[in-house]
Design a protein around this ligand. Structure first.
Ligand code: SAM
Ligand code: SF4
Length: 339
């Protein structure tokens, strides 16, 4: 299949869902594989992996992203699984980096960042989110089931030398009974290191069925813990941004809160997702997916692919149902959806 999709045209109507939300942001999962086993994401034994044949190759991913761009997608985040375990990932990033996006970013667990940082920045990735749930080695090994804390911290450090990337962000999943212990250490980390430290509320997306609402440590609770020591002032951010950002009142450092459970931001959602096997998901919590791989491999034209995408996006879910009586978890675990 050729990588030469129709050039981006100004005549094509941008993507819009049936609730009037313009869609600009695409999250692309490049693999469901991962080298960690975070407790909130995957069971210790892993999950059933996608078959090799079902995974889109680099040309297929690039072609589909070109089609999305022709529909007005301007920002792409690469994720997984762990994107950096995909073989030759920087080559893929470079192919996507040449497509003329406004913004290309990555979410990674940081394990391979020391190895790959130079190649990723050269490929055009300009924003990095690195998952970091705790600041102690033992607790990191407990939550990720892998004793690799030092390596992740070194990976973060490898990003610091670049002056052509946005603020480096760290992401901690906020779980009651675990995260409280790290909150002040994270606040101090955000003050000492050039990272925006973010907390994301624990969501029911792991491999198991063990999520309980009481286990979510909310952003408001974390902010209160921080403010007992360090006053914060709000920072104005893009209305589509998932994180509410606060700066320390003395101007030194920032923290962010992503509160999908306690303060859902579905009303301003401009995101869709594509899985590593080419399924379009219009919500993190979608129970239905639209197959793009099958028409792609059957020789669909760009116009035909655009129609499939447009129809699916029109049916984008109004909101997630976390906390509602009828809530059903998606069948795919988070590691396969792409966070
Ligand atoms: N492996 C990469 C990483 O960990 O950054 C990218 C994929 S991971 C699925 C993307 C993000 O989803 C990570 O920041 C991770 O912490 C978050 N995540 C995974 N399971 C989650 C859950 N149950 N609730 C909230 N966030 C979750
Ligand atoms: Fe892997 Fe990321 Fe899931 Fe952790 S959160 S198991 S690093 S995919």
């Amino acid at each position: 299949m050729s990588n030469e999709a129709t050039p981006i045209s100004g005549n094509i109507e941008p993507l819009m869902d049936g609730h009037g939300r313009p869609i600009n942001d695409l999250r692309v999962s490049v693999t469901d594989l991962c080298n960690l086993r975070c407790q909130y994401c995957m069971p210790a034994e892993g999950v059933e992996w996608l078959s090799h044949d079902s995974i889109l190759d680099f040309e297929e991913i690039t072609r589909l992203i070109r089609v999305f761009i022709s529909l007005g997608i301007s920002t792409v985040r690469l994720t997984g699984g762990e994107p950096l375990v995909r073989r030759d990932f920087p080559t893929l990033a470079g192919m996507i980096g040449k497509l003329g996006l406004d913004d290309l970013s990555i979410t990674t667990n940081g394990f391979y960042l020391e190895r790959d940082a130079d190649a990723l920045v050269a490929a055009g990735i300009r924003r990095f989110n690195v998952s970091l749930d705790t600041l102690t080695r033992e607790r990191y090994a407990e939550i990720t089931r892998r004793d690799v804390f030092d390596r992740v911290i070194a990976g973060l450090g490898a990003l610091e030398k670049f002056d052509n990337i946005g603020t480096i962000k760290t992401n901690a999943v906020a779980m009651r009974g675990f995260t409280e212990q790290d909150v002040l250490a994270f606040a101090e980390f955000a003050r000492k290191r050039p990272y925006q430290v973010r907390f994301i509320e624990y969501m029911p997306l792991g491999g198991g069925d063990d999520w309980r609402a009481e286990e979510v440590l909310t952003g408001a609770e974390i902010r209160e813990l921080i403010e007992q020591r360090y006053p914060l002032v709000p920072v104005i951010v893009d209305p589509h941004a998932t994180a509410r950002v606060w700066r320390f009142a003395d101007g030194v450092g920032e923290v962010g809160f992503i509160n999908p459970v306690s303060e859902p931001f579905c009303g301003s959602c401009d995101r869709i997702r594509m899985t590593a096997d080419g399924k379009l998901r219009t919500c993190l919590f979608s129970l239905y997916e639209t197959d793009l791989r099958e028409p792609l491999r059957a020789g669909a034209s760009d116009d035909e692919l655009r129609k499939v995408i447009r129809d699916a996006v029109w049916r984008k879910e109004l909101k997630h149902q976390i906390g509602d009586a009828g809530f059903r978890k998606p069948e795919r675990p988070m590691s396969s959806i792409g966070g």
